[in-house]
Structures are given as structure tokens and as C-alpha cells.
Design a protein around this ligand. Structure first.
Ligand SMILES: [Zn+2]
Length: 422
């Protein structure tokens, strides 16, 4: 039997198994949703993931991220220690001679608050019609469940791949990306698929994101003699005006791949803290901000631009010139990425989706980050592809159960064509 016949036979076996075992996939995703996995509390769900991998002979390894990751380029800092919050790696070694693949999914979810806005218990994985409701049902326990079921179907069908198949189940996608940063450096592969739920659309690139704080010092005084003090809140006004000007400037010379989007780069002054008493002139004020950056701009370059803008604003004010605002950097600190769309990786994935759905994959660029960037930074072609749903990060988050079978079949066809069948 030739390679293409072997591949066709393997695909048909997997497609049949995907149809027959649809309920098992749905129950796998529901089991993941029923284990809450907010930032700092990822261990129970990772133990469940490792247990499922055992049943697929993936030799799971639970491993903790080393603190040295925090010093790497594009690392962030959530402030939560890594101890007790493992990543999980599972491996299905190939027979040799094929291309290797990583399937990546994150288990961390954002808070369901305010819970009284939900029509369903966010941790119950309630199914109504063709939807599953729950925090993480869509983003992205749908993808983690598919990443677990595909190796299970391969094992149960006795299909051996030529290339290695590795599954990464990671933490901290929603605040830093450190889970995938560490995983991308630990395991190399010829491609990595991040199964974020975007339907049959792939991400061809996304902006980077950094967070920063600006600390403005004033001089406190009794408000009855306010002229004796310096109000740090009102002294923040020229700083905020400079930041608003930067936001406008960043959207003048727009990167060509983002030019079709309205206002792609957003500098958001998200939190302002200052003062503690109406009758006291505030002695300090802090701005906590988020801004994105085009692929090709480095984090140090953007930091320098922000530093210059704030220094210029301070130079125009006698007090601020003598007491310069202090900048610090926390949370996301990552560049953006672009995927080479002419790569074999995209061509094979596109063909797999065409074969299953009769449609080419959609393409989009993102104005927010996802974990594909770390594989791309490591020189591994990567994109997002997965199930479909809605209201991620919102009340009544839902997964479209009808999207699972086509997504699984595209993934199965892609794995067969990419890794090869022994
Ligand atoms: Zn996600």
C-alpha cells in the first residue's frame, strides 16, 4: 500500500471514530469545565489531563515552570509563584521519518464574575440544544479536550504516525503566556497547532502587548491650604494627554497587515489610583496601562518611545521636570508575530480543512495576543485552529457542539498528512 492510500485509510478510520465517539469528546470537555482552573489553581485540572493521557499511553509528565523563565524575552509576570501549578506534556513517539507536531491548549480560565449574570452554573457544563455553557467551555477546554481525544483515537485505532505527536497542556495564557513560553523551549517540533476556538479561521499574526505603570509624585497638604501642596492627580493630566497622543500616533502609520482594522493599536489607561481623602491634596497618583505593538517593533523600542513621550510632557511642567514620573513594567511584555502564509504548514492545514468542509480556511490577524507566538519565536510554524462558540470571558460562555466534529476531522486529516502514517 502506498503512502497516499495509507493516509486515506487512516483518515477514514479516524473520521468514523470521531463520529462514533462524539459523546465521549463532549463528556471529556464537560469534565474539564467542571474543574475550575483560575489563575493559581490549575493543578486539579492538570492532574485530570495527565490521567486522561495515561489512558492514551502518552506517558504524561507534570512539570513546574522554572523561575528563570521570568528573565526571558517576551516573558510576563503574574506575581503568582509557579510551585504547585504544573504544565503537562504528553508524547506519542513516531516511527521515524515524518514531521513532528505539537498540539497546544491552555487550561487557565478567567473569573466567571459576576456569577449572577449567568443563566447557568459556570462550572456545571450544562448542555442546552447544541450548546455547552460554562466558563472555559469555549476558551479553551474545547481545544484541550480535542487535543486529548485525537491521541486517544490514534491509540485505539492502532494508527502509528511517522513523526512525533506532542500535547502541551499549559497554564497562564490569560495573563502572561509563561506556560507556553516554557513549553516551547522544552520541546521542539516541526509545527505547533494551538486549538483556540476560532472556527475554521486561522490567525496569521497578532500584535504584541505590554503593560506599564506611571507613578506621579506630588506633595500632600491640607485642602484648606491646597496651594501649599502639589496635587499628583491633576499633575497626571499632561501625562495622560501625552499617552492619548501616543495612541493616536500609533494608528497613523499602520502596519499594512493591520490596515483593514479600525484603530488596531490601543493604548488603554485601565486603572488610575491616587489620593485617599477629599480634604487632603494627593501626594501620589499611579496610572496602570496596556498598549499593543506591531510585529517588528521590539519591547525595548516601545518602552523607549513611551519614556520619551512622558519625559517630554514632564519637561513642560516645572514640578514634573523636577520630580519626573517613574515608569515600571509588569504583566504582558511581549512582541507581536507574523506567520509565513506560504509555508508548507499552512498549505497542509488549508488542504485538510478543504477536504473536510469543502471550504478554504479563513484568515485573521489579532489585536490581542495568544500563545502561538512562543512557538513562532522559537522558529516553529504555528497558528490557531479549533472549535467554535461565543461569549468567551463573558457570562454564559458557550461552545457550539456542532463545530466539534468538523474541527476534529480537519485536525485528524492534518495530523495524518503532516506527520505521515507508518
Ligand atoms: Zn484562550
Amino acid at each position: 500500500m502506498g503512502g497516499s492510500e495509507r493516509n486515506a485509510e487512516a483518515k477514514q478510520t479516524l473520521f468514523d471514530a470521531i463520529d462514533q465517539r462524539h459523546d465521549e469528546l463532549v463528556e471529556t470537555i464537560a469534565s474539564l469545565v467542571r474543574i475550575p482552573s483560575l489563575l493559581g489553581d490549575e493543578r486539579p485540572v492538570q492532574e485530570w489531563v495527565a490521567g486522561h493521557m495515561e489512558g492514551s499511553r502518552l506517558s504524561p509528565e507534570l512539570w513546574e515552570i522554572d523561575d528563570s523563565v521570568l528573565t526571558l524575552p517576551n516573558a510576563g509576570n503574574s506575581g503568582v509563584p509557579f510551585a504547585g501549578r504544573p504544565n503537562v506534556t504528553g508524547r506519542r513517539p513516531g516511527k521515524g521519518g515524518g514531521r513532528s507536531l505539537i498540539l497546544n491548549g491552555h487550561v487557565d480560565v478567567v473569573s466567571p464574575d459576576p456569577v449572577d449574570a449567568w443563566s447557568y452554573d459556570p462550572w456545571a457544563a450544562t448542555i442546552a440544544g447544541n450548546r455547552m455553557f460554562g466558563r472555559g467551555a469555549n476558551d479553551m477546554k474545547s481545544g484541550v479536550g480535542m487535543n486529548l481525544m485525537l491521541p486517544r483515537l490514534l491509540a485505539d485505532s492502532g494508527i502509528d504516525l511517522l513523526g512525533d505527536l506532542t500535547v502541551h497542556s499549559v497554564i497562564e495564557e490569560e495573563c502572561t503566556g509563561n506556560g507556553s513560553l516554557a513549553a516551547s523551549l522544552r520541546d521542539r517540533a516541526d509545527a505547533a497547532l494551538v486549538t483556540e476556538p476560532l472556527g475554521d479561521t486561522i490567525v496569521t499574526g497578532h500584535l504584541g502587548v505590554i503593560w506599564f505603570r506611571v507613578h506621579i509624585t506630588g506633595q500632600s497638604a491640607h485642602a484648606g491650604w491646597a496651594w501649599q501642596g502639589v496635587n499628583a492627580i491633576t499633575k497626571s493630566i499632561p501625562v495622560m494627554q501625552a499617552l492619548q497622543q501616543l495612541d493616536a500616533d500609533f494608528n497613523v502609520d499602520v502596519h499594512p497587515l493591520f490596515a483593514h482594522l479600525h484603530h488596531p493599536v490601543n493604548l488603554n489607561i485601565g486603572v488610575i489610583t491616587g489620593g485617599d481623602w477629599p480634604s487632603t491634596v494627593p501626594g501620589a497618583c499611579d496610572l496602570h496601562c496596556r498598549v499593543s505593538l506591531y510585529p517588528g517593533t521590539t519591547v525595548p523600542e516601545l518602552r523607549a518611545t513611551i519614556e520619551q513621550a512622558i519625559a517630554a510632557a514632564a519637561a513642560g511642567d516645572e514640578w514634573l521636570a523636577a520630580h519626573p514620573p517613574v515608569l515600571t513594567w509588569d504583566g504582558f511584555q511581549t512582541e507581536g508575530v507574523l506567520l509565513d502564509q506560504d509555508s508548507d504548514f499552512v498549505r497542509v492545514l488549508d488542504a485538510a480543512n478543504q477536504e473536510v468542509t469543502g471550504r478554504p480556511l479563513g484568515r485573521e490577524v489579532g489585536t490581542a495576543v495568544n500563545d502561538m507566538r512562543y512557538y513562532l519565536f522559537a522558529g516553529v510554524p504555528s497558528t490557531c485552529f479549533g472549535a467554535d462558540g461565543g461569549d468567551s470571558h463573558a457570562a454564559d460562555e458557550w461552545l457550539d457542539l456542532d463545530s466539534l466534529q468538523p474541527a476534529m476531522k480537519t485536525m485528524a486529516a492534518f495530523i495524518v498528512d503532516w506527520c505521515g502514517v507508518a
